[in-house]
Design a protein. Structure first.
Length: 484
């Protein structure tokens, strides 16, 4: 049985315990997978539109419980209330979208080479899907994975981050209330051991992971050793916003503040590099710094708060070390660059919104994911140089360009090597009906959300139906042309 318990705390006030859960061990994972497998057998024979109705009902329950869930997200993950509400809204939107997919095409029909013969494709479930999810979108990301997995006819075992277990439990509880059958979706808790037990389990046919690159690599390697299995990875980002000299600078300021400091910079899509034309860098930085200094840090549940804490003190120390190293390498602090204390939030992990200038693309701060409120400004003198800097990264999640020149914008869309590109908007704020994911080390080719979100949770089956009443060989077996 489970060995011990762990607690999640409020990152703004770590003495406040949010919830306590058992640390799941191999036996707990075994049990959860067995429950999911048993429930999945019945679920697989439920017609897809009927599965979709249950997903739609999940959206209804989430909408009804939005306020309660948003407060939990704010307290457990440290997101300011409006963003915590957005996290839940993303799950509500995902339910509506995925429910709609239940009455949409489930494959395609194709002509065959012979008369009286037709080809089509359909999807079948993979069985039990193992999911490992992060704390930064503790309701949205489980919904991106669980709803399409359910629509595709699968059972689920999910291990949420140890930082936000209560949010995941509350989400799954809403799903059960909506009528998701008993045992179909199961939660296990804890750290790497529970995740590993899930990944290696022979009945877990697919693994969907969102988190860091090193852990993603280990998850994939382990899954392949014990498989092969379907493995979809959604990993980090080092997202850049390009500002050309003709950009609307007021718009840039709004976008950069939201992109870099929204969610305290802890989205995988957060704007982390500001690649600015040298003609406008002085003017832009003046207003950006002024505005950044006005942002109110505080308790995420207070209405006046703009920026909440980072997830814990260790994280804030790690961010600080990265900033110190950047200074060592030649960067200058334009604002921020330190952890701060907030009154009424004892021990809270707050880090000041930070802008670093004089950053070179070779500096560690320009290459490594920070996952905190730090924006590095890199100057460029031309469009080509800007694209070069954006693409000079091991990551390829999101990027954006601010320019009034449509030709330049479209050239950027084509040349930027990321899974998501924005024009005149920051790097965050993806909508759930467009594919979400990235190139290079950000992932392994899968996309979440959108129609393609179903791909990681289903196997495609190609079907040939010959209604000619005779053996008709395909062209490879019946075409003359080789003499011998
Ligand atoms: C994440 O940070 O892991 O694009 C996801 C966005 C959100 C999703 C972010 N819709 O900002």
């Amino acid at each position: 049985m489970s060995e011990g318990t762990f607690a999640s705390v409020n990152p703004a006030r770590p003495s406040e315990v949010i919830a306590e859960f058992p640390i799941s061990d191999g036996d707990d994972v075994e049990e959860a997978v067995a429950r999911a497998a048993a429930a999945q057998r019945a679920w697989a024979s439920v017609p897809v539109p009927a599965r979709a109705e249950i997903v739609a009902a999940c959206g209804d329950v989430l909408a009804r419980r939005k306020d309660e869930l948003a407060h939990l997200v704010a307290r457990e993950a440290g997101k300011v209330l409006v963003e915590a509400g957005g996290d839940v809204q993303e799950a509500i939107d995902m339910a509506a979208y995925i429910a709609g997919q239940g009455r949409n095409a489930w494959g395609e029909t194709l002509p065959c080479e012979m008369p009286d013969k037709i080809g089509f494709t359909t999807r079948q479930p993979v069985g039990v899907v193992g999911m490992v999810t992060p704390w930064n979108f503790p309701v949205a990301i489980p919904s991106w994975k669980i709803f399409p997995a359910l629509l595709a006819g699968n059972g689920v075992v999910i291990k949420p981050s140890e930082y936000a277990p209560a949010c995941c439990e509350a989400f799954v509880d809403a799903c059960r209330e909506a009528g998701v059958p008993d045992g179909l979706v199961n939660v296990v808790h804890g750290y790497g051991d529970a995740g590993r037990a899930l990944v290696v389990h022979p009945d877990v046919r697919a693994v969907s992971f969102t988190g860091s690159v090193p852990t993603g690599r280990r998850v994939a390697a382990t899954a392949m050793e014990h498989g092969p299995k379907l493995v979809s990875l959604e990993l980090g980002g080092k997202n850049a916003m390009v500002v050309m000299a003709d950009a609307d600078l007021d718009l840039v300021v709004e976008g950069a503040l939201f992109g870099a400091f929204g969610t305290a910079g802890q989205r995988c899509t957060s704007t982390s590099r500001l690649v600015v034309h040298s003609d406008v860098v002085g003017e832009l930085l003046d207003s950006l710094v002024q505005r950044a200094e006005k942002l109110v840090l505080g308790d995420p549940t207070s209405p006046g708060t703009d920026v909440g804490p980072v997830i814990d003190r260790a994280s804030s120390e790690r961010i600080d070390q990265m900033v110190l190293r950047a200074i060592d390498e030649g960067a200058t602090v334009a604002t921020g660059g330190r952890a701060i204390e907030v009154q009424g939030c004892d021990g809270g992990a707050f880090y000041a919104p930070t802008i670093l200038r004089d950053v070179e693309r070779t500096h560690a701060i320009a290459r490594e994911e920070v996952f905190g409120p730090v924006l590095s400004v890199i100057e460029i003198d031309s469009f080509n140089q800007a694209i070069d800097v954006v693409n000079d990264s091991e990551y390829g999640l999101s990027a954006s360009i601010y320019t009034r020149d449509i030709n330049q914008a479209m050239r950027a869309v084509h040349r930027i090597d990321t899974g998501i590109v924005y024009v005149n908007a920051p790097t965050i704020g993806a909508e759930i009906h467009l594919p979400f994911g990235g190139t290079k080390h950000t992932g392994n080719g899968f996309r979440e959300a959108g129609k393609r979100g179903l791909e990681q949770f289903s196997e495609v089956k190609s079907v040939y139906i010959d209604y000619s009443g005779k053996l008709q060989k395909a062209q490879i077996d019946n075409r003359p042309g080789v003499t011998g």
